[in-house]
Write a protein that binds this ligand. Structure first.
Ligand SMILES: [Zn+2]
Length: 223
């Protein structure tokens, strides 16, 4: 398989140029990690948080899933992947920040809004149902499944997940006493901007001010 060969060659390149270099971060990270921040991002192939935020190994503890969802606190006997990662990050790694990183053109949110799940779906629609109250609110407001409605749902789902974070008692307690911050971020793939939810203005606002100019290729595409 051509792709698999490409990945193996990629690993060889990584080992030579990165892992083995004199100042490799792996020299100090062979038997422990101490990331300051947990990032919950979408599984989407375009939204790798380490790439977007230019992080070195050891800096961010990452969970990725369809539509970057945090489900509510449910201490039952079921299997909870996101909750166990949150527990490890907060209780054991003692991260100081949790960032929920949503993005534009999210396929998960689009299928949630449009009820596009196929009959063969075994897990996806149940997973996305965490956001059903968000979908109903957005649908009621926009009366359609437009790009604007999907953008609103992408952003509202980040806020829903921020609220779900606070249903975990050990997260709520640390947020309350100031030892943990939670952030809702939105990566706009179309123009390459990063926005953050501002609690006071109740808007997603650019994190990079002044606003960065459009890239040359993006300008050319819009001409
Ligand atoms: Zn997505």
């Amino acid at each position: 398989m051509k792709e698999i060969r490409k990945f193996i060659n990629g690993f060889k390149e990584f080992r030579k140029e990165y892992y083995c270099r004199d100042d490799s971060p792996f020299l100090e990270l062979q038997d422990h990690q101490a990331p300051s921040t947990m990032v919950i991002a979408c599984s989407d192939s375009r939204t790798d948080p380490s790439l977007i935020l230019q992080c070195e190994p050891g800096e961010i503890f990452v969970v990725r899933n369809i539509a970057n969802i945090v489900p509510p606190y449910e201490p039952d006997t079921k299997l909870h992947g996101v909750s166990s990662a949150l527990e490890y990050a907060v209780k054991f790694l003692k991260v100081q920040n949790i960032i929920i990183l949503g993005h534009s053109s999210c396929g998960g949110i689009k299928s949630l809004m449009a009820d596009e799940i196929s009959e063969e779906d075994e897990f996806i629609s149940r997973w996305l149902s965490v956001l059903s109250s968000v979908r109903e609110k957005v649908r009621a407001h926009y009366q359609s499944v437009s790009v604007e409605a999907c953008t609103a749902c992408e952003m509202a789902s980040i806020l829903h997940s921020l609220n779900n974070l606070l249903t975990f008692p050990w997260i709520a307690e640390q947020v309350e006493n100031g030892t943990l911050e939670i952030h809702g971020w939105y990566f706009d793939l179309k123009d390459g901007h990063l926005l953050s939810y501002n609690d006071e203005s109740r808007l997603f606002e650019p994190l990079t001010l002044p606003i960065l100019p459009l890239c040359g290729s993006v300008v050319n595409q819009t001409e």
